[in-house]
Design a protein around this ligand. Structure first.
Ligand code: DAH
Length: 376
């Protein structure tokens, strides 16, 4: 059929030239397909393509396919006309429609195939693992400086034959005060005011409570240390915090004297701060020991000549100690005529703060990782 010839419709329908309709459909397709044409010939389009753009083009191409080959497309409408074209021209028209259909389909499929291949390649590229890249180091935690300090103390006393006792943080008045020879209305209660529950329990104000539990449970002789939290109704400031850490020590046996206390504390401090460390005892008072002494050690920084850490005194105050009061032994059923013992208590956080030269003890409890990270 020569181009431009009108077809005569069977049944005398006044139908605009169906051939022109096919040509118009083809033209519309060619116009829209223009931007996809480069996908058909593997040209330099590859350099401008990326995964996102290729995916977008793939979707656009699917839309284009629906518009030009779908049920509602102009070409589909032309197919419906085939049967209505005059029998003499029907075969030629049918061929024209089929030919356009095949060509359009072919072009679209070629572009589709190109995009599919590209996407397959681009996706596998994206998911590929470069095994030569250095690994990402996992962020590992580390022990809190107080834990490090506590473990060092524990190691030293374990090597001296001490057991480690785990006490309780919520106590009765009995364990926190009465059993430690601090009866009701004793002034020592005031300096260790703590927090109370409505049921009459108290948060322990000292680890000395563990002396009582340990002796009740195990009797004498015994050697133990008890590290743990204690609580006081203190307003936080650079040297106070309402919660802090202590280690209690207790040694009860036959014939234990003040010399054992001094030897033990001195040895502990030498192992903690170095062989040159000198220990000094000063008379003091604690209700649960008699006699009582506070102990200091020569400054680990200046060796005793005076510096910022020891506030120019050459000494660092560390804890309290003494010979266990007979009332305390009697209270737990240990005969003070047969047994004697010494006890001591010191602040772990204070010791840690000193060691690292911290000027504010609260830094140890705020859990600011920027601070804690420095102790890895
Ligand atoms: N519990 C005392 C306090 O918190 C410290 C202490 C002093 C403990 C003398 C002792 C000791 O075992 O013998 O201030």
């Amino acid at each position: 059929m020569p181009a431009g010839t009108s077809l005569v419709m069977a049944e005398g329908l006044s139908q605009e030239d169906p051939k022109l309709q096919v040509e118009a459909a083809r033209k519309a397709f060619e116009q829209e397909f223009e931007r996809f044409a480069s996908f058909a010939d593997n040209s330099e389009v590859l350099s401008t393509l990326d995964l996102n753009r290729a995916e977008a083009e793939q979707r656009a191409l699917t839309d284009l396919r629906t518009r030009h080959l779908g049920k509602k497309s102009a070409l589909a409408a032309s197919k419906k006309l085939i049967g209505r074209v005059a029998p003499g021209e029907r075969a030629a028209f049918g061929q024209l429609v089929q030919q356009n259909d095949a060509e359009i389909t072919g072009k679209i499929e070629q572009a589709e195939q190109f995009l599919r291949t590209y996407l397959e390649f681009a996706r596998s590229e994206r998911e590929a693992i470069d095994v030569t890249l250095p690994g990402r180091r996992p962020r590992r935690g580390h022990l809190h400086p107080i834990t490090v300090g506590r473990e060092r103390i524990e190691d030293i006393f374990v090597s001296l034959g001490y057991a480690i006792e785990d006490g309780r943080e919520i106590e009765t008045d009995f364990y926190n005060f009465d059993a430690l020879n601090i009866p009701d209305n004793h002034p020592a209660r005031a300096s260790q005011d703590t927090f109370y529950t409505s049921e009459g329990f108290a948060l322990r104000s000292q680890t000395s409570t563990v002396q009582i539990h340990a002796m009740q449970r195990r009797g004498a002789p015994l050697r133990m240390i008890a590290p743990g939290r204690v609580f006081r109704r203190d307003t936080p400031d650079p040297t106070h915090n309402p919660m802090f850490f202590q280690v209690e020590g207790l040694c009860v046996d036959r014939g234990i004297s003040m010399a054992h206390l001094k030897g033990t504390v001195a040895e502990f401090l030498r192992r903690m701060f170095g062989a040159q460390t000198v220990t000094r005892f000063r008379p003091s008072y604690f209700p649960f020991t008699e006699p009582s002494a506070e102990f200091d050690f020569s400054c680990f920084k200046c060796g005793g000549t005076g510096c910022r850490i020891c506030k120019n005194s050459g000494w660092i105050e560390l804890g309290g100690s003494g010979m266990v009061h007979p009332n305390v032994l009697r209270g737990v059923g240990v005969d003070p005529d047969e047994f004697s013992g010494f006890a001591f208590g010191l602040g772990i956080d204070r010791m840690v703060a000193l060691t690292y030269g911290l000027d504010d003890i609260r830094l140890l409890f705020e859990n600011d990782v920027r601070f804690l990270e420095q102790f890895d």
